[in-house]
Design a protein around this ligand. Structure first.
Ligand SMILES: [Fe+2]
Ligand SMILES: [Fe+2]
Length: 202
């Protein structure tokens, strides 16, 4: 069984290596290993965390134009906010479909973890939270304000790590754009409010 899972991971790694840049492949490995470590702490199946980690950015190489075309082809809805940052926001939606169709993953929890890895959402499953946080803290990530704290907290309080990550992301978007709330995906804001409440009431 163990051998089987290792060969599955290897197969997926090789497939992913072919469809994304080397830089993003190294990031995906980082997310895979970080997700595995978090899975050990939070009692989640390690293999599922690794699969979600290695596959989470499989649609990230598509340009804005290509991803919009792909959404049309796959019959995926595209919101006004998503239209403003197609690749950034839609690679998660398309990646979830790819996990199923291109990489033969039929585990809904893995697919959902990929679907929500960029924006987050309220009431995430533990695996969803793990991928959301692992994507942000993996060792190859460029150092940004607040990252060290999220890295530390991730291994003791995953809800707080989710909250801090959302807080940092929203602050970053605010600094970049004064129209933040118009250009932010609604799920990010909903997730922020939800996890803020959880952390404050602990
Ligand atoms: Fe991503
Ligand atoms: Fe990523």
């Amino acid at each position: 069984m163990e051998e089987l899972s290792q060969s599955l991971i290897k197969t997926l790694q090789n497939k992913i290596k072919d469809v994304i840049s080397e830089k993003r492949y190294i990031h995906s490995l980082g997310v895979q290993y970080t997700a595995a470590s978090l899975a050990m702490i939070y009692d989640v199946d390690i293999l599922r965390a690794e699969i979600a980690g290695i596959l989470h950015d499989s649609a990230k190489a598509l340009s804005d134009k290509e991803i919009l075309k792909e959404c049309k082809k796959l019959d995926l809805s595209v919101s006004e906010v998503e239209k403003q940052a197609p690749s950034n926001l839609l690679h998660a939606k398309v990646g979830a479909v790819y996990a199923k169709r291109k990489y033969d993953i039929d585990d809904e929890e893995i697919i959902s973890a990929i679907r929500w890895h960029t924006t987050g959402k309220p009431e995430m499953s533990t695996l969803e939270k793990i991928i959301f946080v692992a994507d942000y803290i993996e060792p190859g990530r460029k150092m940004i304000t607040g990252l060290t704290e999220v890295r530390k907290v991730a291994f003791t309080d995953i809800d707080k790590a989710v909250y801090l990550e959302l807080h940092n992301t929203i602050t970053y978007l605010e600094e970049k754009n004064s129209n933040t709330f118009k250009s932010m995906d609604e799920h990010t804001l909903e997730a922020y409010k939800y996890y803020k409440n959880i952390v404050e009431n602990k």
